[in-house]
Design a protein around this ligand. Structure first.
Ligand code: X8Z
Ligand code: ZN
Length: 673
């Protein structure tokens, strides 16, 4: 089953894996060989009839399994009981067995020599991006390692600030995130930051090192230099890394302007004991545990606080909105574009409010049950603007499912996680492009929720600034997470933490608030690292979001600043959307971008994002004109914070301002632990 959103993924337990491996077809290596130029493990069968037969059987069985896994996952997510969990796990076991058997059968074909391009593409999808080539015990081992690292991440609890006896150390990630968003006490923030990073990374470090070793072994068997190269292979484009790095280079000036303005406002808030006027920013004061997006410090840094605010929650409540009305309004947005209504089953089975009688997982998500009938949203909707945006976002995923329903299973979604990386980027790109059209002065005015002057300059700058805290601030983080992983897979595990902070300081201008060493593994404080989930797809999705939005706005005949565009009621925009959604992943992503841009480009690019934020960019340049430096200057103190060879003593002697004060405050804790 396919589920997009913020839901949990359900790992198989260790016991399960043992069962799976027991069933695993040991004919795996029959006829398999590594072909250097085509890289992937493949066999010798080039019979088209055999391949078609195999793919037909695969399609039927994969859809059936997808439906049964989806049904039990849905039951569990909307009614958390032990019984439902057990049923879900049983179905997942069967799916895991099926996945392995599929891989075993797929590699008996020499897909590179099968004459039909569609069949070739299908077979290639079935053999790429998974570790099926490992011998059983190694496959088992890496699976366990990932599941143990995920367990450490999920079960980490930390002690609150000013709790010297270390009692009540029960803060979980949700509580921690809330403190990072809401606290304005830099010492409390540094404490929580340190607690989380100290309790996630170090216990995982050895496991992570072994994981790197086995992942690389699997990729080598598959014909790649290392696991990073295999991760990039999924993008089906040898020039992918260059294209992406070029897009990032283009975004950097905008990021640096935003960074510089935010630093000045943070300096006003916290003073020079916390913020150095020309330096990088410490990771703990940006309203997010990973400093990946900064929207939660809007109250400190957003300009023109008295300009009209786009948050129309109060107005929605005044007008008596309900969750059902929010869903109907979203549906009307899509039908106004000429897209599909939600099917009967959607209204019948979706969970659009938090039930009062049972425990559920509340994170919003959109579900495809793979039977071309059943599509649902799970959302504990509250009457507020952010939930209205989420409703449109999730419904855009359902539209995607509805449009590519006619494609074979593999073009709707891949049988293994590697394969749907780009699908995720397009899914998220489209859903967020729709969100841009809804969370927008023009649209909210048109639907009667925003009753202020939409052309007011300050209102527009304020709006763009708040969005930039989310989107522009996120770009370098989304870009660097996998750069780090590529580096580790390529160069080994000797300086992992200092490599991480070098990238953080280089691309984000972020330093740790307290001393770090090679005992730490701060990248592992982000879920996607222990969970083995690729991250570059989010960077691609970010760029695509704006590229798709601009293309839709052009089709809708929009003129004027891009951020004021609303595609509501544009059949032309709807046509582009349905054309690209229909394709699913049956074509190379470059063909989809070509279609989107009416043949003008086949590249992922930052141009649309820059265009969108251009008025803010101009405004920021004026605001920053008296700054000594736009961006950040690093010095030895910054590097000393994370370079393991530098002793804590040395570091303290040289460090200044914020860093020193935080270190001094935290040193007893550092030493005692
Ligand atoms: O991991 C997620 C989603 C699941 S795909 C919760 N996201 C990234 C993150 O949290 O870092 C969504 C945005 C980026
Ligand atoms: Zn989404």
């Amino acid at each position: 089953m396919v589920k997009l959103g913020t839901g949990e993924d359900y790992a198989l337990s260790k016991t399960l894996l043992v069962i799976v491996l027991y069933f695993w077809d040991t004919r795996r290596y029959v006829g398999a060989e590594v072909v250097a130029d085509e890289r992937l493990v493949q066999g010798t069968n080039v019979n088209l009839g055999d391949a078609l037969q195999f793919l037909r059987e695969f399609d039927v069985e994969a859809s059936r399994i997808c439906f049964s896994v989806g049904t039990t996952q849905w039951s569990y997510a909307t009614n958390i009981t032990d019984f439902n969990r057990r049923r879900m796990v049983e179905e997942q076991t069967l799916k895991a067995k099926f996945d392995k058997l599929t891989w075993n059968r797929a590699i008996t074909f020499d897909w590179t020599r099968i004459p039909d391009p569609m069949v070739r593409r299908h077979l290639k999808f079935l053999v790429t991006g998974n570790r099926g080539s490992l011998p059983d015990e190694k496959y088992n081992e890496i699976y366990h390692l990932i599941s143990e690292m995920k367990d450490i991440y999920t079960h980490t609890k930390v002690c609150p600030y000013e709790n010297f006896e270390n009692i009540n150390c029960e803060l979980e990630l949700e509580d921690i995130s809330k403190i990072m968003e809401e606290s304005r006490n830099p010492l409390e923030l540094a404490h929580i930051w340190k607690e989380w990073h100290d309790k996630t990374g170090p216990p995982m470090k050895n496991k992570f090192m072994r994981y790197v070793e086995i992942a690389n072994q699997a990729s080598k068997i598959n014909g790649f230099q290392d696991a990073g190269e295999e991760m990039r292979y999924i993008y089906e484009d040898p020039n992918f890394e260059n294209e992406i790095s070029e897009s990032f280079r283009r975004l950097q000036p905008l990021y640096k302007e935003l960074f510089t303005y935010v630093r000045r406002r943070l300096l006003n808030q916290y003073g020079s004991s916390v913020i150095r006027p020309d330096g990088p920013l410490p990771a703990h004061v940006l309203g997010n545990l990973w400093a990946q997006e900064w929207s939660k410090i809007g109250d400190i840094v957003t300009p023109y606080p008295s300009a009209a605010k786009m948050d129309v929650t109060d107005e929605m409540r005044r007008q008596g909105f309900t969750p059902l009305r929010m869903f109907q309004m979203s549906e009307e947005f899509f039908t106004s574009l000429g897209l599909k209504s939600m099917p009967h089953e959607f209204w019948r089975h979706s969970m659009i409010e938090r039930p009062v009688d049972r425990k559920v997982q509340c994170t919003a998500s959109a579900w495809d049950f793979c039977n071309r009938l059943d599509y649902r949203i799970k959302q504990c909707t509250e009457v507020k603007l952010s939930d209205l945006i989420t409703t449109h976002h999730e419904m855009a995923h359902i539209q995607y499912y509805l449009y590519y329903a006619g494609q074979p299973f593999l073009y709707r979604d891949g049988a293994n996680p590697g394969n749907y990386i780009l699908m995720t980027s397009f899914h998220e790109g489209i859903a967020n492009a729709i969100s841009l059209s809804v969370y927008n002065p023009t649209h909210l005015h048109l639907v009667g929720l925003f009753n202020n002057d939409t052309s007011n300059y300050e209102t527009n700058i304020r709006f763009l600034f708040e969005l930039a805290l989310k989107k522009v601030a996120y770009a370098p983080f989304a870009y660097l997470v996998d750069l780090w992983r590529y580096e580790i897979f390529r160069n080994g595990v000797s300086n992992m933490n200092s490599d991480w902070w070098q990238l953080r300081i280089k691309f984000q201008g972020i330093v740790p608030p307290v001393l770090r060493s090679e005992q730490h593994l701060d990248a592992a404080a982000k879920r996607h690292i222990p969970a083995d989930i690729p991250y570059m797809k989010y960077y691609v999705a970010l760029l695509l979001e704006f590229q798709i939005f601009e293309a839709l706005c052009n089709a809708a005949g929009h003129t004027g600043p891009l951020h004021n565009c609303d595609i509501y009621r544009s059949r032309e925009a709807g046509r582009i959307l349905s054309d690209i959604m229909n394709i699913g992943k049956s074509k190379h992503w470059k063909d989809v971008v070509k279609l989107l841009t009416k043949g003008k480009s086949d590249r992922i690019s930052a141009d649309s994002m820059i265009k969108y934020f251009q008025p803010l960019f101009n405004w920021l340049k004026v605001q920053n004109k008296n700054e000594n430096i736009v961006g950040w200057m690093t010095n030895q103190e910054d590097a000393a914070l994370f370079q393991h060879l530098v002793s804590a003593e040395n570091n303290l002697k040289h460090s200044s301002s914020i860093i020193r004060s935080v270190i001094i405050t935290l040193l007893p804790i550092l030493i005692l632990k």
